[in-house]
Design a protein around this ligand. Structure first.
Ligand code: SAM
Ligand code: SF4
Length: 469
């Protein structure tokens, strides 16, 4: 079956979602504790259980939820935290999304699409900082098609410097493509294809998307299906929080994941949960119709950790440093750091650029500052890209993850990439504290693996790079 059609039916059952939310609106403590006991086994939650936890109204139960989420996070991911940076390639866009600074009607925004040389310059800056994983971000414009995007991705991979290294995984966030378009992106070896439905609620979707191809809810809804049909195993999804009731969005996203699983045997590799941030001339971003409070947001992340234990949870710099700190222990497994949100930003010495950026960043710290804090909190920063390069993607990755593979492979690979970072990019202060962490984490390696990891760490100390298992 092909998903390359504009006339497929929606698989989002809005009525069912509303009825599950209504039926679980008054969570009973006994039932909640049963759900939390099940969640501890890290086998995921169904819609009913998820809706129940999203609607807790009692501090004690909230506390138990947070404790359970922390335990599951620790059990599956340990101390490791994956790092990446977004790289904006173009802010040209002919859509009219009422919440985005790049929307076509924003006449005050300076439009810019990076040339190949400008992309190279941006990548060189990011490489000098120590980044190995990038998320390329694109507005949508007829001139900027899949062939052009594929070229920009190739430029990023080809920008290799003897001194600063190379980008090892390029993920992308761009408009939905046809299967043929996705094949072109697959052919240049993208990692994850990321696309947010924004809102799964059709009436709200129509109000937020006033013009341009993005108005077509169903074409976007099947974007992941077409990406997978084109051979892209790892896809990333998410709602844009603030447009509609977050409980509805989470349950709808679970239906989305279930439909992918039905057709392709695997759901999303990652989930993101951006909250609306102020953006130039985007009224809806300043006054979100369904704002989600900080506490609801934290609860939602904890519930997601329990509902889909093996799916990566991504947190961007939309959130401020304090919120990011709290969300790390509740379930987040990947964060961006040192991010800028406009094309050419990393080569631009000025900081705050409302005239070109997509939205306001909440955490403006540099990558090294974020790493130093992660280390002080006991997290092991990781730039690992081994799975994607060894073909451990999609269903294959999920099967391995469920067998405890994350600790067995990801932890050693995190250590190896972190040791590279300490040698090549870290400030003196970060290097000192980082070395202590490396020693500590080496002892945490399974006994059968410790010797092999220690030997590779030494090879990195001696100058070898890009070692992974
Ligand atoms: N143009 C493509 C699209 O819309 O899918 C990809 C790039 S778009 C810049 C990436 C994401 O930014 C959107 O999917 C949306 O969720 C998010 N976004 C847009 N405006 C935002 C805002 N004001 N605050 C936070 N996130 C926003
Ligand atoms: Fe364009 Fe994407 Fe922004 Fe919408 S969210 S205006 S499609 S860049």
């Amino acid at each position: 079956m092909t998903f390359d059609s504009r006339s497929l039916p929606s698989f989002i059952d809005e009525e069912k979602i509303e009825s599950v939310i209504a039926a679980t609106a008054k969570p009973d403590a006994v039932r909640v504790r049963e759900i939390l006991a099940k969640a501890r086994e890290a086998k995921g939650l169904d819609a009913d259980e998820t809706a129940t936890l999203l609607q807790l109204k009692n501090d004690e139960l909230d506390h138990e939820l947070f404790t359970t989420a922390k335990a599951v996070k620790q059990k599956i991911y340990g101390s490791r935290m994956v790092l990446f940076a977004p790289l904006y390639i173009t802010n040209e866009c002919y859509n009219r999304c009422a919440y985005c600074g790049f929307n076509a009607e924003n006449g005050d925004l300076q439009r810019r699409t990076l040339s190949e040389d400008e992309i190279r310059a941006e990548v060189e800056v990011l490489e000098r900082l120590g980044h190995k994983r990038l998320l390329l971000v694109y507005g949508e414009h007829p001139r900027l098609d899949a062939d052009w995007m594929a070229k920009t991705i190739q430029v990023v991979y080809d920008t290799v410097s003897e001194k600063s290294g190379e980008i090892r995984r390029v993920n992308i966030n761009c408009a939905p493509q046809s299967v043929e378009g996705f094949k072109k992106l697959h052919d240049v070896s993208i990692g994850t294809y990321q696309c947010f439905q924004e809102t799964y609620h059709q009436a709200t979707y129509q109000k937020a998307h006033l013009g341009g191809p993005k108005k077509d809810y169903l074409w976007r809804l099947y974007a992941m299906h077409r990406a997978m049909e084109a051979g892209i195993d790892d896809v990333g999804m998410g709602p844009l929080l603030g447009l509609y009731d977050h409980k509805f969005e989470i349950l709808a996203m679970m239906q989305h994941a279930a439909d992918l699983e039905k057709h392709f045997g695997v759901g999303p590799h990652t989930i993101s949960f951006p909250r609306l941030e102020p953006a130039l001339n985007a009224e809806m971003a300043f006054n979100p119709p369904y704002p989600i409070t900080d506490h609801e947001f934290k609860r939602m992340v904890a519930v997601l950790r329990l509902a889909v234990p093996y799916t990566g949870l991504i947190l961007s710099t939309r959130e401020n440093a304090q919120m990011r700190r709290e969300l790390l222990e509740l379930g987040v497994s990947q964060i961006s750091a040192g991010s800028r949100t406009y094309p050419g930003a990393y080569s631009d010495p000025s900081y705050d650029r409302p005239d070109v950026q997509q939205f306001c960043v909440g955490d403006n710290r540099s990558l090294d500052e974020v790493i130093a804090e992660l280390v002080s909190l006991g997290y092991l920063p990781s730039w690992c890209t081994a799975c994607y390069r060894l073909g451990r993607t999609g269903e294959h990755f999920m099967e391995l993850a469920k067998k405890g593979f994350i600790q067995e492979f990801c932890h050693p690979n995190a250590l190896l990439t972190f040791n590279e970072y300490l040698h090549d990019y870290a400030s003196d202060v970060t290097r000192e504290s980082g070395k202590v962490l490396v020693e500590h984490e080496l002892q945490e390696c399974a006994e059968g693996r410790r010797g092999m990891v220690a030997e590779r760490l030494k090879r990195i100390d001696a100058g070898e790079r890009d070692l992974y298992i």
